[in-house]
Design a binder for this molecule. Structure first.
Ligand code: ZN
Length: 402
C-alpha cells in the first residue's frame, strides 16, 4: 500500500510545515539509495523521473522498477513526472505509473502556459492524478549548471500566481524566488517576502526546484513559507559521481561493478540529512494513516460472442487493446479466452485503471464509446461487467514496519 495520493501527502506536509523531498532518479542505484534513506528516516518520499533525463534510461523499464520498489516499501511513496513537456508526456507518465505529474510550460507566454497547463489538469484530474505547474523561470536543467542554460531568473509574481492557480486548477505550484537548477556559484538570494505573499494568496503546497546548494537556514525559511516539496537531484548526482571517481582511482582494473560499488550508499548518505532537515523524517506512520492509498481498479468483463467467427473475435480484441490501452489512466488492457471449453463465458477483458476516477472518464471517453458501440456490444450481449478495487496491493511483499 505505500503508494499514496501525492495530493494528500503534500497537503499533509503543507499543513504540518515540513517538506517532502522529490528526488530525481536516473538508475536503480539512485532508486535504492533514495528509498534506503527514506526507510531509515521513516519519512514519506517522492520518487521523481525527469523527462530531460529520458535519454539516459528507458522510462518504461525504470518506472516498472520504481513502482515495484514503492509497493514493497514500508514508508509512503509517490511517483512523479518531473518537467513533463506537454499533455502527451503527462498521459504517458500516468499510464505507466506516475501518480503525480508536473507540466512545465513556464517558458511559454503566460496565456499559453495557462492553456497548456489547464489541458493537462483536466485530463490528469480525470485520472485522479494531481498536477504541479510552474510559473516564472528557474534557470538551468536538472543536474546541469545554470551557466549552461542561462537566462535571467523570472520571479513568480503574486498576482499571476493567483490567476494561474485559479484558472488552471493545479494542485501544487513551483515558484521562482531565486533558486536555480544545478550547481550554483555564489550564495543565492531568496525572496522570502514574495514567497510568503504567494503562500498566503494561494494556500496550496508550493514547490522549489534547484534545492542543491541552499543552506540549512534557507531551507528552513522556504518551508516556513509554504514550500512542501523540494526537488533535489544535482547533489545526489555529484555524490554518485564522486564515489565512481574514487573507485576508479583505487581500483584501476576494476570492471563496471567495481566502479559503481557504493553508489547506492553515497546517494542514501546525501538524501538522508535532507529528509531530516526538511522535517519529513519520522512522519511515515502519520502520513500512511492520514493519506489515501493509491490503489488501482480493475474492470473485468466476461462475455460470449454471437455473430463473429474466431478471426473476427481476434480482430475485435486487437482493436480494443489498441484503442482502449491509450485512454488516459488505463494502465493495461488484457484480453483472454477460457482455458476450459465448456466455461460459462468464453472470453474476457481486463482493463486496469490507475485510480477509481478512471471508471467514469474511461466510460465516457470517445474512443471507448465508439469501440463499445460499434465493435463490442453488438456481438457481446451475453456478458458480466464488474469493477474491482485492489485491496492493499502488494501488501504480501511488504517489508515489516520497523
Ligand atoms: Zn526543476
Amino acid at each position: 500500500m505505500p503508494l499514496v495520493h501525492m495530493k494528500d501527502m503534500l497537503n499533509h506536509a503543507h499543513e504540518h510545515h515540513y517538506a517532502v523531498g522529490a528526488f530525481d532518479l536516473v538508475s536503480l542505484d539512485f532508486l535504492e539509495g533514495i528509498l534506503a534513506a527514506a526507510e531509515r528516516c521513516r519519512g514519506p518520499v517522492i520518487l521523481s523521473l525527469a523527462e530531460s533525463h529520458f535519454g539516459y534510461f528507458d522510462f518504461e523499464l525504470l518506472i516498472s522498477a520504481v513502482e515495484a520498489a514503492a509497493r514493497r516499501a514500508s514508508v509512503p511513496v509517490a511517483i512523479h513526472l518531473d518537467h513533463g513537456a506537454n499533455l502527451k508526456s503527462a498521459v504517458s507518465a500516468i499510464n505507466r505509473g506516475c501518480n503525480g505529474v508536473m507540466v512545465d510550460a513556464s517558458d511559454q507566454p503566460f496565456d499559453e502556459n495557462l492553456r497548456l497547463t489547464r489541458e493537462v489538469v483536466t485530463v490528469a484530474h480525470s485520472c485522479g492524478v494531481p498536477v504541479e505547474g510552474e510559473l516564472g523561470y528557474v534557470p538551468g536543467v536538472e543536474g546541469e549548471d545554470a551557466e549552461r542554460h542561462p537566462g535571467e531568473i523570472a520571479y513568480t509574481t503574486v498576482g499571476e500566481a493567483k490567476t494561474y492557480v485559479e484558472k488552471t486548477g493545479v494542485d501544487f505550484l513551483a515558484v521562482s524566488i531565486g533558486t536555480v537548477h544545478g550547481r550554483l556559484r555564489g550564495e543565492p538570494k531568496l525572496d522570502y517576502r514574495r514567497l510568503q505573499q504567494i503562500n498566503e494568496a494561494l494556500g496550496i503546497p508550493l514547490v522549489v526546484h534547484g534545492g542543491t546548494g541552499l543552506s540549512d537556514d534557507q531551507f528552513r525559511h522556504l518551508i516556513a513559507n509554504g514550500v512542501a516539496k523540494i526537488n533535489y537531484y544535482t547533489a545526489l548526482a555529484d555524490a554518485a559521481a564522486a564515489m565512481i571517481r574514487e573507485n576508479a582511482r583505487e581500483n584501476r582494473n576494476g570492471g563496471y561493478t567495481g566502479l559503481v560499488r557504493g553508489v547506492q550508499d553515497a546517494v542514501a548518505e546525501e538524501a538522508d540529512p535532507c529528509m531530516r532537515l526538511w522535517g519529513s523524517a519520522g512522519r511515515a506512520t502519520e502520513v500512511l494513516a492520514e493519506c489515501a492509498p493509491w490503489l488501482p481498479v480493475e474492470l473485468l468483463i466476461v462475455y460470449n460472442v454471437a455473430g463473429l467467427d474466431a478471426a473476427g473475435v481476434q480482430a475485435m480484441m486487437a482493436e480494443g487493446r489498441r484503442v482502449l490501452g491509450v485512454i488516459p489512466g488505463v494502465r493495461q488492457v488484457a484480453t483472454g479466452e477460457a482455458v476450459t471449453a465448456g466455461a460459462d463465458y468464453r472470453y474476457s477483458w481486463l482493463a486496469r485503471f490507475c485510480h477509481p476516477a478512471v471508471i467514469d472518464s474511461y466510460r465516457d471517453h470517445p474512443a471507448h464509446v465508439a469501440f463499445a458501440g460499434q465493435h463490442f456490444r453488438p456481438v457481446a450481449g451475453d456478458r458480466l461487467t464488474i469493477d474491482y478495487q485492489e485491496i492493499e496491493a502488494g501488501n504480501q511483499n511488504r517489508r515489516g514496519i520497523a
